[in-house]
Design a binder for this molecule. Sequence first.
Ligand code: HSE
Length: 375
Amino acid sequence: MALVGLVGWRGMVGSVLMDRMQAEGDFALIEPMFFSTSNAGGRAPAMAKNETTLQDANDIAQLKRCDIVITAQGSDYTKVVYPQLRAAGWKGYWIDAAKTLRMQDDAVIILDPVNMPVIKDALARGVKDYIGGNCTVSCMLMGLGALFKADLVEWMTCTTYQAASGGGAQHMRELLTQMGSLNASVRSLLDDPASAILEIDRTIADTQRGLSAEETKNFMVPLAGSLIPWIDADRGDGTSLEEWKGGAETNKILGRGPGFGVPATPIDSICVRVGAMRCHSQALTLKMKRDVPLADLEAIIKADNSWVRYVPNTREASVRGLTPVAVTGTMDIAVGRLRKLAMGPQYVGAFTIGDQLLWGAAEPLRRMLRILLEQ
Ligand code: HSE
């Protein structure tokens, strides 16, 4: 039975990963070895079999024992530990949620319902590093990957509506704390049906602008009742790192662009943080290579994978089924608002939503484990 090291299993992505692995019976197929950065020597969780003691996540000798390491510990950990482990001669498979290794030539971005041929080809070539993609990219491709696979897309632009969870657990707490502060500042006015809405509005704006440094520590500015049109680092050329990932990672997942001998598909985005909890949404404009009937596009999208949940382009279906609240905590990738745009028959609009902790982070990792076990 493969010895599988698990690192970062207690964090937010790691906890979702553990839940999914338990739900899918993955632990029955492996000998898990739990690592910790803070509690080495402690007791491993109940899924442990023979390896009942937590190992030090920085102990290269223990990591070296593993056939496979799965980490959701984050990019700082990968930066430090991964090179040491490889330098020590470890030849195992490294499955990682962090961005650190994603764009390396000898690493594959994993999203098997979309790029199984790329993964299979890499396995055959002896590639050992399999990295989960950016959550926005993975959720979008689970919804619309079929159109790329059918080579129908000339270019795509994307406006994202990204949840607080993309920043981390502390960001989610901060959003809710801010919501509480806003509500508290107008509670007596809300309780009075005769109060003036513009007074409530003024009070809210004052409260937002007056939030303390502590209350905006993670987002830098208020997110509750607002939005933030910039995610991740400033690349200095007018784009954010999150926006760059949209194009670079999508193409790499699809096996396009430099190194693949197929031209990259132009993809660009404006990435926006909104006050959703853990679902990332995307509004997309696609220029198709030809005029494909809407019914055909719908059929291609629906047939692609079992997680796509097609939402008819009506008000009733969209407001009920195409929202973060409808999708959160589920494996569904909701795809809707599919229609031809005013620019011409080759232009298509769509809206997709996925839980960024499930398909956007944990799920591709455990599925990669299964692919390795089934080899
Ligand atoms: N960078 C993403 C976000 C999450 O901030 O929403 C991780 O892919």
